[in-house]
Design a binder for this molecule. Structure first.
Ligand code: KIV
Ligand code: ZN
Length: 389
């Protein structure tokens, strides 16, 4: 692997936490992706796969929102998973009661703290927001729950006020402080300043929940981790509200390959998990999605295929096997002779020099018409060429 050794990183200018928790919210924020609704059974299947993968926490859903959500939380909790199962609640007593009714021991409770949320959604003063947050944390703690507190829209909240909110919920007993970038406006340099300040101020673990509106959710999450964040919220395939959340597979692989940080996650299951979740939710990944997209390890251009056939690392950052994916050589307009020869060899097709040139020309001609050539097409072209000799 090309990443620096973790000890080297620690010695340099990073402040990595000793333990980084992976908090998966596919079944809650992921399910909030427009058009997605999971049955209890589907939630169970996904949770079992997440547990097998090795995530630390699974947010089962939002128990107050429906009977199905409560049932899912209850059933997930009774599966005896290694991961901690938890539920979401607003800073409202009936929401917290629904989490308690589901038998969960861990709650993720939140209230909007930004001026936009205070003025236009909650219609609460700054003081009232703090009072409500504190009451809900105290209520949850009094009922024996582990409490993760989120200041919703934290990244558009006045910094001093955000600290007032976190100070108050820490005093009330919050066990984790989560920082949601609710509409994905963070950029890495601001993430660095914010998380560094929070880590300097609190001993309570800091968690991050970053949305992907500017395509920066994974980059910001990595920056937060560099600055000592103890936990990252992620979703399979980066599913979530609007453009989604930091993607589980991107974060895990970047930590593994670029930072040499291993989290006891079985990376070889990432591709099949992505496929499964894509099938169940109906949200298929674009072909160029990092790590799990169909083209993540596919090559067409002659120069790249030549390199890959000699040593795949010439044009791949990691091996596809690391994430349970596979390599594909695609034939088309940009194909070089090496790729065609390798395919013919794979199918035990022997051609004379002249036959090979004719087959190669036909592939290029099809490519020029905007077509790609499948392995079946290649075999058919080669066999026609042989039989016409
Ligand atoms: O993005 C967000 O702010 C959330 C909260 C519920 C934490 O998902
Ligand atoms: Zn969110």
């Amino acid at each position: 692997m090309y990443g620096k050794n973790i000890e080297t990183l620690k010695k340099e200018n990073m402040n990595l936490a000793d333990k980084i928790y992976i908090f998966d919210t596919t079944l809650r924020d992921g399910e909030q992706a427009p058009g997605v609704a999971l049955t209890v059974d589907e939630k169970i299947q996904i949770a079992q796969k997440l547990d097998k993968l090795g995530v630390d926490k699974i947010e089962a859903g939002f128990p107050v929102s429906s009977n199905g959500e409560r049932k899912a939380a209850k059933e997930l909790n009774s599966l005896g998973l290694n991961a901690t199962v938890l539920g979401l609640a607003r800073s409202v007593q009936k929401d917290i009661d629904a989490v308690l009714d589901s038998g969960l021991d861990y709650i993720h409770t939140f209230i909007g703290t930004s001026p936009l949320h205070r003025d236009y959604k909650l219609k609460m003063s700054k003081e009232k927001v703090i009072e409500t947050a504190v009451e809900s944390v105290e209520y949850a703690k009094d009922h024996g729950l582990t409490v993760e507190f989120s200041a919703e829209d934290a990244t558009r909240t006045e910094h001093d006020y955000l600290f007032d909110v976190y100070d108050a919920v820490v005093d009330a007993g919050a066990d984790f402080l989560n920082v949601p970038d609710t509409v994905g406006v963070l950029i890495p340099v601001i993430t660095k300043e914010l998380i560094t300040n929070l880590k300097e101020r609190y001993t309570t673990p800091i968690s991050v929940h970053f949305h992907n509106d500017f395509g920066l959710a994974t980059a910001n999450t990595l920056t937060a981790i560099e600055c000592g964040a103890d936990q990252a919220h992620v979703t399979v395939n980066g599913m979530g509200e609007r453009t989604g959340n930091a993607s589980l597979e991107e974060l895990i692989v970047a930590l593994h390959a670029a930072y040499n940080i291993d989290l006891n996650i079985d990376t070889t299951q990432l591709y099949s998990l992505s496929e499964f979740v894509g099938r169940i939710t109906g949200i298929k990944m674009p072909v160029n999605k990092p790590i799990v997209g169909a083209n993540a390890f596919a090559h067409e251009s002659g120069i790249h295929v030549h390199g890959v056939l000699n040593n795949a690392l010439t044009y791949e950052p990691i091996s596809p096997e690391l994430v349970g994916h596979s390599r594909r050589i695609v034939l088309g307009k940009h194909t070089g002779a090496n790729a065609v020869k390798a395919k013919l060899e794979k199918y035990n097709i022997d051609l004379t020099e002249e036959q090979f040139q004719n087959v190669f020309d036909q592939i290029k001609a099809l490519g020029d018409k905007g077509k790609t050539v499948t392995d079946d097409d290649l075999r058919a072209i080669a066999i026609t060429e042989i039989s016409s000799a």
